[in-house]
Design a protein around this ligand. Sequence first.
Ligand code: NAD
Ligand code: DAU
Length: 354
Amino acid sequence: MDHFEKTILITGGAGFIGSHLVRLFVNKYPGYKIINLDKLTYAGNLANLKDIEKAPNYTFVKADITDAVALNQLFAAHKIDGVIHLAAESHVDRSISNPMEFIMTNIVGTVNLLNAARNAWKDSFEGKRFYHISTDEVYGSLGEEGKFVETTAYDPRSPYSASKASSDHLVRAYFHTYGLPAVVSNCSNNYGGYQFPEKLIPLCINNIRHGKPLPVYGKGENIRDWLYVVDHARAIDLIFHKGVTGETYNIGGNNEWRNIDLIKKLCEIMDRKLNREPGTSAKLITYVKDRAGHDLRYAIDASKIKAELGWEPSIRFDEGFEKTIDWYLENQEWLDDVTSGSYQLYYEKQYVSR
Ligand code: NAD
Ligand code: DAU
C-alpha cells in the first residue's frame, strides 16, 4: 500500500496542455500520486516532463485509451480517485485528412475510460471525479458578434470538433444515466511552450527561424481567443477541486486576435529577438488555400468560472506571448527533435502541395 492521500489519473499528460497540468499537479500536490497515461503518439513526448519524471509522486504508463482491457487493468491495479481526461487527437487539419483516428481516440477512447471508471467505482462514487477536458470548437463558428456561453447549442463543424462534441455528450450521458460524478470544461485556444509545431504559433516561430513561408489560411481573417496554457492548467486545478459535479465551465482568454494580426505581431517580435531588420519575417507571410470548413471566429464568455470559482487569466497576452517565443528560442533542440522524422512527411502533404 502506498501512503498517498489520492491517486489521480491524467490522460494525455505527455502532450502540450497535459504536460503543463502534470507538472502543476506533481509539484503542487506532493500528497497525490499522479499517474500519467499516454500512448505517446507523434504529439506525446516524455521530454516535455523531464524536470519531474523522477518525482516520487509521479508514474508514467504507456497505454492507448482505445484499449479497454488495458484501462480496466490500470483501474484494477491502482485505487484511482480522480480522472482528468486530456488524451485526444487534437489537430483540426489532421482530422480533415484522417477522421477515423479522431473517432477512435476521442469518442471510443473516452467511452472506454468512462466504462473503466464506472466499473471501478461501482460500489460508491463517494470522493470520485471524472473530469473531461474539451474545447470551444464544439459550439461551432461565431459571426462578428457574441460569445460562447455554457448553454450555447453545440454545432461542431470539423471531424475534430464533432468527435469532441460526441465525447462531451457521452460524458454528460454517463452523469445523467449512471450518476458518474463528471464535470466538463470547454476552453479556447491555448498557447505556450511544448505545443507541437503543427499548430499556428509554434509552426510560425519554427518557420521564421528557418526563413520558411508562414502559411496563412484564406485571408487570415479568422479569429481565435488565446489563453496562456499555464492559466488553463490553473483553471483545471480549480475545477477539479471546486467545480460542481454535473456542471460545465467555459474557460477563455478574453483575448481575440485575427490570425493575420497575430502573425504580424509575432513577426515583429521575432525580428527584434533575432536581431533581424524590421520587416524581415513579415516578408515570409504567404496566403494559402483555406482550411476546409474553416470556423470564422471563436470567443469564450468565461464569466461563470469567474463568478463561481474566482478564476480569471493571470498572465497578460503581451507577457505570455513573449515568454512563449522565448521558450521556443531557448528550446530549439526540442523543436528540432519533434520536427524531425515523420513530421516532415506531414508537412509536405499539408503545405508543399497546397
Ligand atoms: P496534444 O495533441 O498536444 O496532446 C494529446 C496527447 O494525447 C498526446 O500526448 C498524445 O500522445 C495523447 N494521446 C493521443 N491519442 C491517445 C490515445 N489513443 N491513448 C492515449 N493517449 C493518447 O493536445 P493538447 O493541445 O495538449 O490538448 C489536450 C486536450 O485539451 C485535448 O482533449 C484537446 O481537445 C483539449 N483542448 C485543447 C486546446 C488547445 O488549444 N490545444 C484547447 C481546448 C481544449
Ligand atoms: O479552440 C480550441 C482549439 O484550438 C483546440 O480544441 C484544438 O485542439 C487546437 O488545435 C486549436 O484549434 P485551431 O484550429 O484554432 O488551432 P490551429 O493552431 O490549428 O489554428 C489556429 C488558426 O490559425 C486557425 O484559424 C487556422 C489558422 N492556421 C493554422 C495553421 C496550422 C493558419 O492560418 N495556418 C496554419 O498553418
